[in-house]
Write a protein that binds this ligand. Sequence first.
Ligand SMILES: *Cc1c(COP(=O)(O)O)cnc(C)c1O
Length: 392
Amino acid sequence: MTSREVRELTDQFILPTYGRFSVAIDHGKGARLYDMEGREYVDFTSGIGVCDLGYGCQTWVDAITQQAAKLGHVSNLFYTEPAARLAEILCRRTGMAGAFFANGGGEANEGLIKLARKYSFDRYGKGRATIITLKNSFHGRTITTLKATGQAVFHNYFFPFTEGFRYAEANDLASLEAASGVDVCAVLVELIQGEGGVLPLDREYVTELAKICADRDWLLLVDEVQTGIGRTGTLFAFQQYGIQPDALTFAKGIAGGLPMSGILAGQKCRNVLGPGTHATTFGGNPICAAAALAVQETLNDAFLQEVQRKGQYLRENIEAMDLPCLGKTRGMGLMIGVEVREGNVNRDLASRLIDNGLLVLTAGTGLRLLPPLVITKEEMDEGLARMRKALR
Ligand SMILES: *Cc1c(COP(=O)(O)O)cnc(C)c1O
């Protein structure tokens, strides 16, 4: 098919929930993607932080094909090796005590919310189910995670929403105090707000938040759906903040491009969700788990340090270009936000970059760059050259 045919078929038969760019992607290699006509793009998106090993990575392909030939799926009523091994690795690398596997970020956050409420119910009974989240956050598209998302634009159309959320300003302890109360059971945060604009929380705020949670037996919940799996240059972003969450969620990058997500729970809430309280048919699927094991093998300490250096390199070079439409950069590792200066619209700049062979994302009012973690210097330089040419 041609790109145009793919676009037309999509528009005719797929519900119009996405404002898509006009490109139809056919295949990829490394950090490069190719459309139906073979036109090449440097990818600074990883499909929104998913394809951490890039495209066509041989160890990933082998892991998937070998597992597919062996066993594609079996119910969680039985045991399977890939999920068990993956859970062990994730727990050992994070100091957490147990994993639950699901399929997407929103679904993982639903489970996290259930875990927090049941933890509190088991200890304190009813009436202590409120979760404080942060303004400008993003936690998913289900009815409950939309409500957990601290942006009023998401609290529309789909009434009635799930009750039991209050919102506090990020990096503002007074605002947290104003949202607190005897009905609170947990605080849920992204350490770097992703969709909100790549906005990292301050270290002192996070330290203080962790203390407050520990004092009041509020669970400290971290949504690492976007920041997790090496994206920020450590396996999880919390490891750079000197805290230990009670539970966290991961998704996007976990299986390098296959749908998988999950919860990691600390010792305190390890046994909260007992048999029959939570489940999902595809959770821990052996093919996804095998792909995730290939990702974990790649993401060793030396590789993660490289991620930090690559992020530094991209940010320094973007700022050094001194483009009239772009301002400062922010973020951690290969999760990078670029300020868009007044008088420019991020979506227009993204379109111009894509037309010039560089795929980028927007977030908040800025640009967002989430390149594959395996991106090479040559691929970064090519992307930077295209950025310079497109936005000069
Ligand atoms: C993407 C994202 C989600 C939602 O994940 P889905 O897989 O789209 O359901 C939730 N939280 C954060 C922080 C995200 O970036």
